[in-house]
Design a protein around this ligand. Sequence first.
Ligand SMILES: [Zn+2]
Ligand SMILES: [Zn+2]
Length: 240
Amino acid sequence: MQLLKSIASGIGRSFDIISPCRCICCGFNACEDGLPVCSDCIGGFYRLVNTPCSRCGRDIGLCECDGNPLTFLFWYVPGDAHRMISYIKNDADVRFARFFAELLVMRIKSQHRRGFDAVTYIPRRRRGIRIAGYDQAKLIATEVAHILGIDCITLLMRHGSREQKLLSASERRRTMVNRYSVIKENTLNSENQIYGRILLIDDVCTTGATLDACSSLLRKAGLKQVIPAVIARTPKRKDV
Ligand SMILES: [Zn+2]
Ligand SMILES: [Zn+2]
């Protein structure tokens, strides 16, 4: 809990100062103490980001029940988690992005000792950007890069606009191949070398198909290591 408070003061209590805002969990109470979570919701929020895997009992991110460990902040379950992701998708501003980025960086650092050369993200559908006015993964990736002191680069381009979540996992995999492409000229750093180790940010991991497809596209383009990190992960039925 103390940790959350120190993050809030790190952001300069901007939640209160810039403009009053509503709690990201209940959407009702006003924020206090520089946190985007109200005092009624803070306990639930703390539990949410500390809920271990129900299958192996390991902490979030350390669980390898589905193969490779994935860095994420909380399980994407009905209630506060769903409301927060909706906030991130529709009402986020730089303050919220910074808050989630601070938490995510802490988790990333606890799981990955080696640093990264740059941060990139999975781009949102154009229609989503038009409606919300921003790309939430880019917003968070920009803040993550800022905290880590490295570049945030746009490496992936999204084609088409069909809603992913309406597709089954196998349909997603089938259509994924042509959905994204790599912007080759952005894969080079200032010394004209291909970036080596990249952090790939998204808001939610549902089946993992998008992260897998984008990671393999980036590796095919020459990037050596692509480490995914997301805000929330949909549990398999037995996970929570
Ligand atoms: Zn609240
Ligand atoms: Zn597990």
